[in-house]
Unconditional design. Structure first.
Length: 739
């Protein structure tokens, strides 16, 4: 991907070398990739939509100045065709005979036809970027070069780029490097921002990015670093620069950026890449750097969740001093966190195990030790055996070692489904197209690639609630038939605390039912759903039939997915939504029970933002419906909650403020006489949201009053949290003036 200093450094890992050797998990498959060539970049992409991952290589010689141009390379995986893993280089036939000084390659479906397109990054101002448009259904995996017609006509000196939906309009925009007149020194250059018109035609908007000049820009990363649901830009530079070594540009949600580069800590001037991901399990995005200090790798912690504001703190560098180029994140041991793969120019590839708490330990021998000149690496399940393999691209320092390599993974199969970190509903209620967002992480994170696909299913939320009673160790009725968009409310009529647990994958609801309480969820996707009770082992079944809307989700960049549904033929009063996420291996998860009210938002929020909870977000309460008392149509919605937690709403005529009441980590924003809707315990589910209809004819005890015109009532939600363990938290407050 990026060149590195041409001197070969000795790998000295001080105390880390004393760590016990691990069993070899990644073993080279010799001769899998034929030919010797200087490869700067590699990416795994299924270019022909046949169900296996192909390999794209950016070749082009030259460290600090241009060498010979080389053919852009495409290696087609023959696994599906032949039943065994092998690659056929088919570059000229599929890409044409173009040669360039390629420094990197990225991919994305830029015209929305369901087939991936390719962008090659060319250095030394010899060529513009090469945009290859997939011919799609007519000839999958064959490409036409469309740079000139689609917006790229100016030669640049580029080493990296990334596609992402930067203005939230449903197509993939682009930022790419440009190091200026000199690739590694000189006066520097500015990255370029291009907006997509939806058909794959790009227009540059330098003013929207408004980036400062910096030297030796090498890498582009998109990430919602400040937790506001848009893609920010991090650019890594192999140089020291004024105003921050690296780029940190914050997005306003519409593709307009503000420079915040000074927030990133100072690093060495030898950074070729940093990979972004949640390394400490707090849901915000940290970084792991090549050459954080000198030639020592290390992490930078995002303290957004810990402090409530965007800030960063450098960790201790890892032992050793090695000339490296690449970082990739992979949960190699399937324990639910990202481990670190380092691609090394100066030694063998390395793997650091994530021990939690931002502690990392070198795992000697996990990757077969081959000393070569790695410039880039990619992660992908090439042989479709359920684990993720390692591919390395070689070049620069020793032409005898320019053999790109495949290391097959012999470790545990990935059996962990994607994790739905958070969901976001439209602020305007039910408007069409209905746009919903989610943040999702999985086992791989490498240059924006996660291998997670998504789709949405929605039905009209009918408002119909079907009741199932639990008493004497049995559900009544044990079998229930309902329509799409109906709710089922389980009521515990007995004296024993109970839990209702889904046994139908991938639905994972697990609802506590204390004696005398009830809990409900909306069913959306047609099918047969089974559930069981914890104490008695009683079982029940819900059969759902009816019509739905569906659409594919857009991997918008970073960990954000965007879903857009067109309006139904007959208007809906409210919508219920389920979001499905499937990784390459086939593990699936669902964010279910998401409801979107059809009326306008009512009320005014106060006492916010709330103290961040374990989702990394500040929970909020909103009102939907009508503030007219006679309508008796108010729905309270709590969102940005931690997943799979219980809570209930509170109401008072008085606002107040008490920090950490009863040991809670949040703030109580009510005063005076407070009523609790504790008889209606709610469950946040995987979506981190729940809602409740308010009966304006009688507020709960100890208030015991009907709402009257002219009244102001204040609402808040209390909920269980897991940060720290087994505590509680609150949303902000919502004040509604009724008429």
């Amino acid at each position: 991907m990026r060149p590195s200093i041409s001197t070969l450094f000795l790998f000295t890992l001080a105390g880390a070398m004393a760590a016990p050797a691990q069993a070899q998990q990644f073993s080279e498959a010799p001769g899998m990739l034929a030919g010797k060539r200087w490869s700067e970049g590699v990416e795994c992409v299924d270019v022909d939509n046949d169900g296996d991952l192909d390999l794209i290589f950016a070749d082009g010689e030259g460290f600090s100045s241009a060498g010979p141009k080389r053919q852009n390379k495409l290696a087609i995986n023959m696994l599906v065709e032949t039943g065994s893993l092998s690659f056929v280089t088919d570059s000229v036939a599929r890409l044409g005979g173009l040669k360039s000084n390629g420094k990197g390659v990225t991919s994305g479906d830029v015209n929305g036809d369901g087939y991936v397109d390719l962008l090659f990054l060319n250095a030394f101002n010899t060529d513009p970027p090469f945009l290859y448009i997939n011919r799609g259904a007519s000839q999958p995996g064959f490409f036409d070069m469309k740079s000139a017609t689609n917006g790229f006509t100016v030669p640049m000196s580029s080493a990296g780029a990334m596609f992402g939906d930067l203005d939230d309009d449903g197509d993939l925009d682009l930022i790419l490097c440009d190091s200026g007149s000199s690739f590694l020194s000189g006066s520097g250059g500015k990255p370029h921002l291009y907006f997509n018109d939806g058909t794959g035609v790009f227009t540059e908007d330098a003013g929207a990015l408004n980036a400062p000049t910096k030297k030796a820009h090498m890498d582009v990363q998109f990430v919602d670093v400040d937790g506001d649901w848009d893609l920010d830009f991090i650019g890594l530079n192999r140089s020291t620069n004024t105003g921050g070594n690296h780029y940190l540009m914050l997005n306003d949600g519409k593709g307009q950026f503000t420079n915040a580069s000074t927030l990133l800590p100072t690093t060495s001037g030898s950074v070729y890449e940093a990979e972004v991901g949640d390394l400490d399990g707090d849901t915000d995005h940290d970084l792991f750097f090549v050459s954080l200090s000198g030639f020592q790798e290390g992490h930078v912690q995002n303290e957004l969740v810990e402090t409530g504001s965007l800030s960063f703190k450098s960790g201790s560098p890892q032992s050793g001093s090695v000339d490296d180029n690449e970082i990739a994140l992979l949960d190699y041991d399937s324990d639910g966190d990202y481990d670190i793969i380092v691609g090394s120019l100066g030694s063998t590839e390395r793997l650091y195990r994530n021990n939690g708490g931002l502690s990392f330990s070198l795992q000697s021998g996990v990757i077969q030790g081959i000393s070569d000149s790695t410039l880039d690496a990619a992660i992908g399940d090439l042989d479709n055996d359920g684990d993720y393999d390692l591919i390395t691209a070689q070049g620069e320092s020793n032409s005898a070692q320019w053999n790109n390599k495949v290391f097959l993974n012999n470790g545990p199969v990935d059996n962990l489904p994607p994790v739905v970190v958070a969901t976001r509903l439209p602020d305007t209620g039910l408007t069409w197209p209905l746009v919903v967002h989610a943040k999702v992480r999985d086992q791989v994170r490498d240059d924006g690639i996660t291998y997670v696909t998504a789709h949405v299913v929605a039905a009209e939320n009918t408002g119909v609630t079907n009741t199932v009673s639990f008493a004497a160790g049995a559900f009544s009725p044990p079998s229930l038939s309902i329509a799409t968009g109906d709710s089922v409310a389980w009521t515990n009529s007995g004296a024993t605390n109970e839990t209702v647990t889904s046994t139908t994958a991938p639905w994972t609801y697990d609802m506590d039912l204390p004696a005398g309480s009830s809990a409900a969820r909306v069913f959306v996707t047609p099918g047969v759903y089974q559930y069981t009770s914890s104490a008695s082992g009683a079982t029940g079944t819900v059969t759902v039939t009816g019509s739905t809307l569906t659409a594919q989700g857009l991997a918008a960049g970073g960990t954000i997915y965007r879903f857009s549904l067109t309006a139904p033929a007959t208007p809906w009063s409210a919508a219920a939504v389920e979001l499905f996420f499937t990784d390459w291996v086939g593990n699936q998860s669902v964010a279910d029970g998401i409801s979107v009210a059809g009326d306008v938002t009512i009320g005014t929020n106060y006492c916010g933002p709330a103290v961040p909870n374990s989702s990394g977000q500040s929970a909020i309460v909103t009102g939907q419906g009508s503030a007219t008392v006679a309508d008796n149509n108010v729905t309270l919605v709590a969102s940005a909650l931690p997943a799979n937690k219980f809570g209930y709403f509170l109401v008072s005529a008085t606002q107040g403020f008490i920090a950490n009441p009863g040991g809670s980590q949040g703030n109580l924003c009510l005063g005076g006489k407070i009523a609790r809707y504790s008889g209606n315990i709610l469950f946040s589910g995987s979506a981190g949201t729940y809602q409740m209809a308010v009966d304006l004819t009688l507020l709960p005890p100890p208030i015991n009053l009907a709402v009257s015109s002219g009244d102001t009532w204040n609402f808040q939600t209390w909920f269980r949290d897991a940060n720290p363990s087994n505590t509680s938290n609150f949303t902000d407050g919502l004040s509604i003036l009724f008429n």
